[in-house]
Design a protein around this ligand. Structure first.
Ligand SMILES: Nc1ncnc2c1ncn2[C@@H]1O[C@H](COP(=O)(O)OP(=O)(O)OP(=O)(O)O)[C@@H](O)[C@H]1O
Length: 270
């Protein structure tokens, strides 16, 4: 595969001409001959909130999987700073995902036997942080997500919105450089929950300098983003739209307080 030069300095993440097809169990390329991505290029600036929009099946999730190194594209390149994600061995991609990327799925997928605080502490424990420090940092992140009151409850005792807040705290506890979120508010029934979870997430990422790449088909969600790129049938559709910041947007005070020292990045640098 031809490697080009690394991306511009102000882009934390950069992708060029991504093409991806899903293969059938027999190993053959999709019989319909319809790649999920057909040449998508984009860059994500440091600390930027980028929304990826498009109808169902347009390739949003596939793009996030490629950008986060979960899926290696058939063609094209993905760079994280000066590292060619598409060309890294599986073990290095996994390490990158664990240490520099956060992931929020549509469903929270919390460990049912663990409390909210233990769920959030888990990524830190797995990267070798001592238990006490990990649990203290987990509580600080739950507090920033307005979920500290639920710290000692297991997921089955939490509302859907609270579970998603815990999942957001778990994704951010390692202070990733990029947070990927795949329709994170879609399962929340109430608009007030969707708005609050999203605003808290965005405020925390902005105050911590974490870039966000969010797949969404919800226009209200996309309106919160700094920039929106649209997909249709695996291709960029139309231009991109940039929106001015909304200084008046109400966010919980806890989401914008500076991070305590113990919440500083715990993982190794890339
Ligand atoms: N695991 C898979 N195996 C086979 N085909 C897949 C797989 N995942 C996605 N696809 C196909 O790839 C295309 C893009 O799907 P993708 O999930 O990336 O789109 P999306 O915009 O995220 O849609 P949605 O909003 O429904 O999740 C679709 O045609 C979909 O059917």
């Amino acid at each position: 595969m031809l490697l080009t030069v690394a991306p511009p300095d102000n882009d934390v993440l950069w992708a060029r001409a991504l093409v991806t097809s899903y293969r059938k169990p027999g190993g053959r390329t999709d019989a319909a001959g319809s790649p999920a991505l057909r040449g998508v290029s984009l860059g994500v600036a440091d600390g930027e909130f980028l929304a990826v929009t498009g109808p169902r099946g347009s390739g949003k999730s596939t793009l996030l999987h490629c950008l986060s190194g979960q899926l290696v594209p058939d063609e094209g390149e993905v760079w994280f700073h000066s590292r060619p994600v598409h060309a890294l061995p599986e073990a290095e991609r996994e390490r990158l995902r664990r240490e520099r990327f956060g992931w929020i799925a549509t469903e929270p997928h919390l460990v049912p036997e663990l409390t909210a605080r233990e769920n959030v502490a888990l990524p830190l424990l797995l990267s070798g942080v001592p238990r006490r420090a990990a649990k203290a940092t987990a509580l600080e992140w739950l507090d920033r997500l307005d979920a500290a009151a639920h710290a000692d409850l297991r997921p089955d005792r939490l509302s859907q919105a609270s579970r998603q807040r815990v999942a957001v705290a778990r994704a951010l506890v390692t202070r990733p450089s990029v947070l990927f979120a795949d329709e994170p508010t879609a399962p929340l029934l109430y608009q007030t929950d969707r708005v609050q979870v999203l605003r808290t997430l965005v405020a925390v990422c902005r105050s911590s300098g974490i870039a966000v790449v969010m797949a969404t088909s919800d226009e209200e969600v996309a309106e919160q983003a700094d920039r929106t790129v649209a997909l249709r049938e695996g291709r960029r559709s139309g231009g991109e739209s940039r929106r001015p910041a909304k200084p008046g947007a109400a966010v919980p005070a806890s989401a914008t307080t500076p991070l305590p020292k113990s919440a500083d990045r715990c993982s190794a640098s890339a």
